[in-house]
Design a protein around this ligand. Structure first.
Ligand SMILES: [Zn+2]
Length: 387
């Protein structure tokens, strides 16, 4: 079995009218962010850096920029209550359906006792993710999208995901119809002191939907879709899917969105260097901007597809009659084209796909329903498993 790359071809042609991702611009942003003594959420430096990011976003045509304020409360890493900011840039589309791309602006030095005062350049954690987010904002603003794109520089991550928790709560309360959250946190380090190195992959963490989710698909399906849509599209580079919420005992800004029932995934480098994290040694010289640029290209492929996906098919069902072929039916939306996907039950990724057009019923010959998982998606949309 092999994938028929119709969907991928569409996504790529739609990115051709945009400027390309620039490693040099990513480099410049990382350098600028690391030039602050720190960007600790408790310190005025966080606000200064947020103002700088907001100014960068305001310079992008069509971008609506909000310096959003929320409250943080005393805890182990928060000496006193205060109001802090995070940066939210939005490119309105024709619909309210939304794709969120982000990284966290704040940094921490955990080697100093108060975890507030130390030098914390945070070039990789997470200057790299913020630089990627800003680069994607610049590139994607060059054309109009069906759906709305939101670019976020989170704060309060190092104090316990405070900024993403606050924003996910707001998104839920304001009924943002978020299709996907792409969190990029540490996407620039390619070598570690154990002698390992990998600049050809980025890990993509995803978890199953929580039972409370009312969404028709889930984060795992989002991750699988990102792998599918990007297959063979970035020379020498691909995502490595990890079917877990996050790294062992660690957290990231995707998780509060998952907890509110949204599809959210995390990109993170393969070979972390633990000795530099949360220290004064998280410096720009350890960020490979060419690598970060490839992660940005992966985000771009995913966001470009999702930003023009039709509504998902409703209730895809596998016909129960015995047979060698598999027939799938679903309720359609007017004018929407669909793709059917299948894989072995043990395969983490889609192995076959077929663009079936604007129909609500298809028979896939000689692929049986006993040994395969099937799904249906609108073209460019996250597939929904057929049951
Ligand atoms: Zn981080």
């Amino acid at each position: 079995m092999f994938a028929i790359p119709l969907v991928v071809a569409l996504a790529v042609s739609q990115t051709s009218s945009m400027p390309s991702i620039s490693p040099a611009r990513i480099r410049a942003t990382v350098d600028k962010l690391a030039s602050w003594h720190d960007r600790n959420t408790n310190n005025p430096t966080l606000t200064e850096a947020a103002n700088w990011v907001a100014d960068q976003m305001r310079a992008i045509p069509g971008m609506q920029v909000e310096l959003w304020k929320y409250e943080i409360h005393p805890s182990q890493r928060v000496p006193e209550a205060k109001e802090v900011v995070e940066v939210i840039g939005t490119l309105p589309g024709d619909t309210d359906r939304r794709i969120v791309i982000g990284g966290h602006l704040d940094t921490i030095n955990m080697r100093v006792r108060d975890m507030v005062s130390g030098r914390a350049p945070g070039a990789n954690d997470d200057g790299s993710g913020v630089a990627l987010t800003l680069e994607l904002a610049k590139v994607m603003a060059a054309r109009h999208w069906n759906h709305t794109l939101t670019f976020v520089a989170f704060s309060g991550e190092e104090q316990g995901l405070l900024g993403s928790t606050a924003l996910a709560k707001r998104a839920k309360e304001e009924h943002w119809p978020i299709d996907a959250v792409l969190s990029n946190d540490m996407v620039g380090n390619t070598h570690n002191t154990a002698g390992q190195s990998d600049s050809r992959h980025v890990r993509l963490f995803s978890e199953e939907s929580l039972p409370a989710s009312t969404h028709p698909h889930n984060s795992r399906e989002l991750a699988r879709f990102i792998e599918f849509i990007s297959r063979g599209k970035i020379r020498g580079f691909s995502p490595k899917l990890v079917f877990r919420r996050d790294r062992f005992g660690r957290g990231g800004d995707h998780t509060p969105f998952n907890n509110q029932g949204f599809n959210a995934v995390r990109f993170v480098e393969v070979d972390e260097e633990y000795s530099r994290q949360h220290t004064d040694q998280d410096l720009p010289e350890f960020v490979d901007a060419n690598y970060t640029a490839n992660v940005a290209r992966l985000n771009l492929l995913a966001a470009s597809a999702l930003a023009q996906a039709g509504p998902p098919p409703e209730e895809p069902r596998i016909d129960r009659a015995q047979g060698h072929d598999t027939t799938i039916t679903w309720r359609t939306s007017p004018g929407v084209r669909y793709v059917v996907y299948w894989r072995d039950t043990t395969s983490p990724v889609w192995q076959g796909s077929k663009d079936v057009g604007a129909t609500g019923r298809v028979t896939i010959p000689l692929i049986n329903k006993d040994d395969h998982v099937f799904a249906v998606g609108a073209v460019n949309g996250i597939p929904v498993e057929a049951r």
